[in-house]
Design a protein around this ligand. Structure first.
Ligand SMILES: CC(C)(COP(=O)(O)OP(=O)(O)OC[C@H]1O[C@@H](n2cnc3c(N)ncnc32)[C@H](O)[C@@H]1OP(=O)(O)O)[C@@H](O)C(=O)NCCC(=O)NCCS
Length: 223
């Protein structure tokens, strides 16, 4: 991992197809399959984020996530989802930083009103993303059975034939911790398996860092 530098970027529209191919290749039993249209729309709305690994011979995709209107609900909610990091780069803290960047970007550029929750769904059997969500400031609030017409056929079902998801809600107070993290960021991600070099190439970080820190602190106080 010595020469590898990871880069977090917002995905542009002309790059969305590449991210969709990555999603398709790495789909797991717990990741909801999405189509290309969904990925194109996400990119258009600046709601799609990726991590790439820059190695001496080029660049490869390492992870992805999105933050957008919750497609499973008529009520207004914003969903943080699609979080995925390739197995060889897991345990380096990358999913956690990717999530921070996606959530911070949303709040800095287009803060949802305080009545609109930012949520995440995790299949009841999936243990992998729970710590990531906790570290991002989500708490588990209950369970939900999503409408049948949007549930992918491959997802595991309970005895009654329903897909059950645990519902997590983001605590906005956590944005002050994001501000502290942003202020102290030293170009590294760190997880159980070690530290790696990381660049964050999103506008709030590269061009408006001090304004972003202030905005996150202010937003963390909104109830
Ligand atoms: C979930 C996932 C994105 C985590 O990626 P990652 O970059 O390795 O995560 P991080 O290094 O930032 O780890 C953050 C925390 O999650 C924990 N974690 C990571 N992988 C885990 C796993 N497989 N099982 C349980 N906990 C795990 C880490 O230990 C860490 O907690 P800690 O600080 O207390 O040790 C990755 O395992 C993945 O892509 N899984 C498959 C896709 C998936 O299920 N996505 C969720 C759909 S809702």
């Amino acid at each position: 991992m010595g020469d590898t530098v990871f880069v977090i970027r917002r995905v542009t529209k002309d790059w969305a197809e590449k991210v969709f191919e990555f999603h398709k290749t790495h789909i797991t039993p717990y990741l909801w399959p999405r189509d290309l249209k969904f990925f194109r729309e996400l990119a258009q709305r600046e709601s799609l984020f990726e991590i790439v690994a820059q190695i001496p011979s080029g660049e490869e995709m390492a992870g992805v996530c999105y933050i957008t209107e919750d497609p499973s609900e008529s009520e207004d909610r914003i969903e943080f989802g699609g979080v995925f990091v390739v197995p060889e780069f897991r345990g380096l803290g990358l999913a956690t930083v990717l999530g921070k960047v996606a959530i911070a970007s949303l709040f800095i550029w287009d803060p949802p009103s305080s009545e609109i929750p930012v949520i995440a769904h995790v299949h009841e059997k999936n243990q992998e993303p729970r710590r990531v969500l906790e570290q991002l400031g989500f708490i588990k609030t209950g369970q939900e059975i999503p409408p049948e017409e949007i549930v992918p056929p491959g997802l595991e079902r309970n005895e009654e034939g329903k897909v059950v998801g645990d519902l997590f809600v983001f605590r906005r107070a956590q944005l002050s911790e994001f501000a502290d993290w942003l202020e102290n960021f030293q170009g590294l991600a760190e997880g159980k398996k070690g530290k790696v070099s990381l660049k964050i190439n999103v506008p709030f970080f590269t061009d408006y860092k001090s304004e972003a820190i202030e905005a996150l602190r202010d937003l963390s106080r909104v109830r």
